[in-house]
Design a protein around this ligand. Structure first.
Ligand SMILES: Nc1ncnc2c1ncn2[C@@H]1O[C@H](COP(=O)(O)OP(=O)(O)OP(=O)(O)O)[C@@H](O)[C@H]1O
Ligand SMILES: [Mg+2]
Length: 162
């Protein structure tokens, strides 16, 4: 009985927020500007979607929206890129992580992944599946799908585990 009850609780933690259709990079910038509070409320943002879905493009848009000075670039090889963003007269560190090349939890520990999660910072994670055991707190998941060749559908949900 207890097990059943717990699984119901877990299910209820996964909350579908909304689905948004984006037809251009300009629209992605508008989406980012409109959703800064949502990112700050969650802090951990899991980005799922196939190769080329638009995960990095979304982080670039949030970089512009948070007034990051440098151009946000893909952390495919660096694994983690660090930026400083600004919002309402306050600076906020932003980490952009790409776990595509990480093959084990041991490798995750080697790059100090857990310590990034503990900080008062925003962390965008591409290919977050391998990090799921570490994602215990509230996280925002944005699942990106391509439709009509080049448009993007963003599915936003909020849960501790996917
Ligand atoms: N909303 C969008 N509208 C138009 N073009 C987009 C959009 N999102 C991404 N793109 C374009 O699609 C291409 C791939 O995007 P991006 O590099 O962000 O994908 P990704 O999901 O990060 O891929 P990977 O898994 O390889 O890291 C880029 O050229 C980018 O400009
Ligand atoms: Mg990418």
């Amino acid at each position: 009985m207890i097990v059943v009850f717990e699984s119901v609780l877990l299910l209820s933690e996964s909350m579908k927020l909304t689905t948004i259709e984006i037809t251009s990079l300009d629209e992605l910038d508008v989406f980012a500007k409109d959703n800064l509070d949502l990112i700050l409320e969650n802090k951990v943002v899991l980005l799922s979607g196939d190769l080329g879905a638009g995960k990095t493009a979304l982080v670039k848009a949030f970089g512009r929206a948070f007034q990051v000075e440098e151009n946000v670039s893909s952390p495919t090889f660096s694994l983690i890129n660090e930026y400083m963003g600004f919002y309402q007269n306050r600076s906020i560190p932003i980490y952009h992580v790409d776990l595509y090349r990480i093959e084990s939890v041991d490798e995750l520990e080697e790059i100090g992944f857990e310590e990034y999660l503990d900080q008062d910072a925003i962390i965008f994670i591409e290919w977050p599946e391998i990090a799921q055991p570490f994602i215990m707190d509230n996280a925002l998941t944005i699942r990106i799908e391509i439709f009509d060749n080049s448009k993007r559908r963003l599915n936003l949900s909020n849960s501790s585990r996917q």
